[in-house]
Ligand binder design. Sequence first.
Ligand SMILES: [Zn+2]
Length: 230
Amino acid sequence: MMNTTCEVIRDLLALYHDGVCSDGSKSLVEEHLKNCSACQKELEMMDAELSTAQIQPKSVNSFKAAASAWKESKKKSFVKGTIITAVICVLLFAGFYGLMQWKCLSVSADDIEVTNLSQLSDGSIIFTLSMSSNQRSSYVKYTTTEDGEFYLTPMHSVIEMTGSMEAYSRYYIFYPSGFKTSEPEYPGIFLPENVKKIYVGPVGEGTLVWEEGMKVPAASEAVEKMFIAN
Ligand SMILES: [Zn+2]
């Protein structure tokens, strides 16, 4: 059984333990502890409680927290890395595809050949445009200059998949500005009023193919049959 002094000391012990009691109480507790093993034990238990309640769980928790934080950051950086890799792949592919599709370069006039320039019986001008095998293009740009020059400019991309393409060769039909038929039997290019010359190749560096007043041979029977019905 505890004596009265012990009871009073126990009340002070928690304060003493936390170091928040007055100096008078402190010396009273210390004096009592010298001679009372039961109260000493009580104080030791308070110290032990503190270490289990605060230090141990804290270190366990912080270890767990550190481990899960590490796992989490590993997972996050893996996801981040995957996203960055995917974005880079998409950009590279888009860039490559874009360079393949972006027909931004003119095929040189030296690589373009015009043959079979002739005139069909309806007055339209016809010729075959071909490109040498290393300069193929499926896209031809049309430009009309202020000087009345009409350019057919075959374009090619920076990266050209030449191996997969057929050599380019096709007919082009032009209706000079005086052309009267409102509905021609075949698709062609209606030349603007001011156009007096047709070039192939880059604008300003093309080869003259036709100009107004030029003597053009009549189309062969075979060509005439291909484009003029009846
Ligand atoms: Zn005591």
